[in-house]
Design a binder for this molecule. Structure first.
Ligand code: GLC
Length: 548
């Protein structure tokens, strides 16, 4: 029977819970806060929520280090608050996705504590190796966050592998017992009524046989040996066959360094093991591989990333569309312009919301939040940022180092959501766990709710249009004038309906390019961010959507 792929009609909203909304006044966002704000999310036209991890965790990586997969952290309100939120979500006709983080656990997880003492059956739950002769590390892999990927454990007398922070030991997915644990976790949440999972760095779970050295990759040495590893498709198929296929749910896989051809092996609608994929190509228009190697923003690179995925997945798989999440600095600061904050936030919205796929918004994106800027490096909280700051550009002047970090750090997008102009942006009545962006009196949800021309109301209009026009779901995508450095122009076409989307990426005015066969005299401009659309001159960061 053909599956009902309901996610294709949806728009999702990502909540990074610590900074969303504090409901109990302890300074940390929580599920009580989420419950209060469900109507805000619904009012955007979003019908699904993805929660970054809300499980008990020591917080070494803000929740991506899980100490118990089958509970909700007390600081977020525990199970009681979660059930209330889940019901609230379903009552509003919305869906809820949990974050499944099973490449690694916290080192404080009971499994790791037992594994390091060789207590059965946990002895081989993790990837343990003795030192190589001469006391050398088991291989030359780097961790993504903190130096080498191996840390010596005194209790066990061996090294354990951690592809991320030292407090995030990697699970040994080759052990069938570990895969059974994953299935238990999946069933636990699905039985409770959640609608699917975002699967954290899931393409890392199968490591190359024998964990060989890697001599090829310049950054994060080792990645080719653990990304898309030898058993990845087999393990994902097993989770699907044994659990996911028995529920009406969907899965979204996070995949660092993946291109469409490889992605299709995971998400091809006929043979894939998962439904959609978070790719990173769209995040590298202003950096090399990672945000921590910043370059100048290139619109062409952004267009190439968008178009590659649109063209290559057409008819075979479904795109996940996004510009922001908790792992990247704010998009207005990166790809847009803080000077033209509102205009560029709207243009960025249009640049992706009319593509084919399922869009995701990240909290605060709906008002065009900009990067939080620290005054000094000791204000950073993120483990990856702190390591990078202390280990790179050491010879550069302090101001240069701070500037680079401001452009790169994940903390830029982790400051609290700006709800209103009251103290702490209305995020908390207590002392916020993290700094609030100082521009909150100007950029906040309350103010934008009251302004029909705000970024927030623009998102509402754009999402409503997307949902009302079949061509956005069905139409064929085509990019025009690819080499143009300052305009992104694409069309969507199906029998009887056609769209042309024009986005200007410049602080200067420019002449609009018009592809052949698009006669504006018979079109209606259904969405725009400047009051007049009569002329063919585009204002700074102007965008227009034409309908035939
Ligand atoms: C993913 C998460 C990120 C986390 C990392 C390790 O990339 O999105 O926030 O730090 O995995 O779990």
């Amino acid at each position: 029977m053909e599956r009902n792929r309901w996610y294709k009609d949806m728009v999702f909203y990502q909540i990074w819970p610590r900074s969303f909304k504090d409901g109990d006044g302890d300074g940390m966002g929580d599920l009580w806060g989420v419950y209060e704000k469900l109507d805000h999310i619904k009012s955007l036209g979003c019908d699904g929520i993805w929660f970054s991890p809300i499980y008990p965790s020591p917080g070494a990586d803000c929740g991506y280090d899980i100490a118990d997969y089958m509970d909700i952290a007390p600081e977020f309100g525990g199970m009681e608050a979660f059930r209330k939120v889940l019901d609230g979500v379903h009552q509003r006709g919305m869906k809820l996705l949990m974050d499944l983080v099973v490449n690694h656990t916290s080192d404080e997880h009971e499994w790791f504590q037992k594994s390091r003492q060789r207590i059965e059956p946990y002895t081989d739950y993790y990837i343990w190796r003795p030192a190589k002769p001469g006391g050398k590390l088991p291989n030359n892999w780097d961790s993504n966050f903190e130096g080498k990927a191996w840390t010596y454990d005194e209790v066990r007398g061996e090294y354990y592998l951690h592809l991320f922070a030292i407090k995030q030991p990697d699970l040994n997915m080759d052990n069938p017992l570990v895969r059974e644990e994953v299935k238990k976790i999946l069933r636990f949440w699905l039985d409770m009524g959640v609608d699917g999972f975002r699967e954290d760095v899931i393409t890392y779970i199968s490591k190359a046989e024998g964990l060989p050295d890697d001599h090829l990759f310049p950054i994060y040495k080792g990645m080719p040996k653990y990304n898309h590893g030898p058993h990845i498709h087999e393990y994902l198929a097993e989770f699907k066959r044994d659990v996911l296929d028995h529920y009406d749910c969907f899965t979204l896989a996070e995949a660092p360094l993946v291109w469409p051809k490889q992605a299709l092996k995971y998400i091809d609608e006929e043979h894939g093991q998962i439904d959609m994929m978070i790719q990173f190509q769209c995040q590298t228009a202003d950096c090399l591989f990672t945000d921590y190697l910043p370059t100048k923003f290139s619109l062409r690179r952004m267009k190439k990333a968008f178009s590659d995925w649109q063209y290559k997945l057409e008819g075979k798989a479904w795109n996940m569309l996004y510009l922001e999440n908790h792992d990247h600095p704010r998009i207005v600061t990166r790809y847009g312009s803080e000077k033209y904050q509102a205009e560029s936030a709207k243009t960025l919205a249009v640049s992706y919301l009319f593509q084919k796929g399922t869009p995701f918004l990240y909290q605060g994106q709906e008002i065009g939040m900009t990067n939080w800027r620290p005054e000094s490096a000791d204000m950073y909280r993120d483990v990856q940022t702190i390591y990078n700051y202390n280990h790179s550009n050491l010879k550069k002047p302090l101001q240069v180092r701070l500037e680079k970090m401001w452009r790169s750090s994940r903390d830029g997008a982790r400051s609290p959501v700006q709800w209103d102009s009251s103290p702490n942006a209305g995020f908390t009545t207590g002392t916020p766990w993290f700094y609030v962006n100082q521009n909150y009196p100007e950029i906040n949800i309350e103010k934008q709710n009251a302004d029909p021309d705000s970024v927030l109301n623009f998102y509402r209009k754009a999402i409503a249009l997307r949902k009302s026009l079949p061509v956005v779901k069905e139409g064929i995508y085509k990019e025009h004038f690819h080499s143009h450095p300052k305009q992104y122009i694409y069309s969507r076409e199906m029998p009887g309906q056609k769209l042309l989307i024009v986005c200007a990426f410049s602080e200067k005015t420019q002449k609009m390019k018009l592809p052949k066969g698009f006669d504006l005299s018979s079109a209606q401009c259904i969405l725009h961010n400047y009051s007049s659309t009569d002329s063919l001159t585009l204002q700074p960061y102007e965008c227009r959507v034409y309908l035939w």
